[in-house]
Design a binder for this molecule. Sequence first.
Ligand code: GLU
Length: 305
Amino acid sequence: MIRTSRVCRTLAALTALIATAVACGKEGSPPTKGPAAGKLPNYQVTQGFQLPSSATWKRAEKRGYFTVGAKEDQPYLGEKDPASGAYSGFDIEIAKMMSASLGLAPQTVHFRTIASANRETALQNGQIDYYVGTYTINDLRKKLVGFAGPYYMAGQSLLVRSDENDIHGPQDLAGRTVCSAAGSTPYQRIKADYPKAKLVSYDTYSVCVDNLLTYQVDAVTTDDAILIGYAAKVPDELKVVGKPFSEEPYGIGVPRGDSALRFALDDALEAREKNGDWKKAYEATLGLSGVPAPTPPKIDRYQGS
Ligand code: GLU
């Protein structure tokens, strides 16, 4: 009984975060802590910016705003307020500062939620101009899309309930049920390297977290940056265990072949890291989970398309 009501309270607290209807008897959970709006930097818009060699930029400039793909259920990274529809988090700030650098006011960005498995298609069919949402740069994906960055380095990790004592790393997953998002690199890694784990997938990590809290799965796996956010929201119920067991360099996804846009975004990231905007954005968002600002990884201005 105690466990049920704790889970109920936890799920209620997570409701805003994961937009899942939960039938619990009690209300009154503390509000989830979002980024402090007053502390968010104002990104200076580059006046007279032109990028005529980018078809994506030209289209956006004509319509007057960028359409950016993002996540909506990842605490401190990309979250959508269910009441206002506003997006917030570190990835959202990166998206906004990029818009400003490319000459369009950050307030004009139109965000669209795109799940991990649908990112490449969304960029290929022009649904979005660029994508900022915990998107790992890798060679396989580079065959389908382009990447500016990286702008942050994450690593795959594991989230378990706080009463779990037997899972300390991926080697302990044999015979246990682990959940990840379809189309993600963490899903692929468990499938390839830890075949004894019972792997299940959903569109989003928040559904995995729901399943973890209700004892449907034993662990959730994805990047530490994402998992730390879920754990920080309900520290009594969840914990991140072990050491990261991969490198996940986050890039800004762009349509493949639009190297002009990709290089312009590389320049913009470099400039925003140099002028302090990157650090300020981090501290007002992801930094709230308790991890101090790291040094951003080196931008990989790769050749080819
Ligand atoms: N960074 C990993 C990936 O791009 C996991 C996070 C996500 O699914 O967005 O697949």
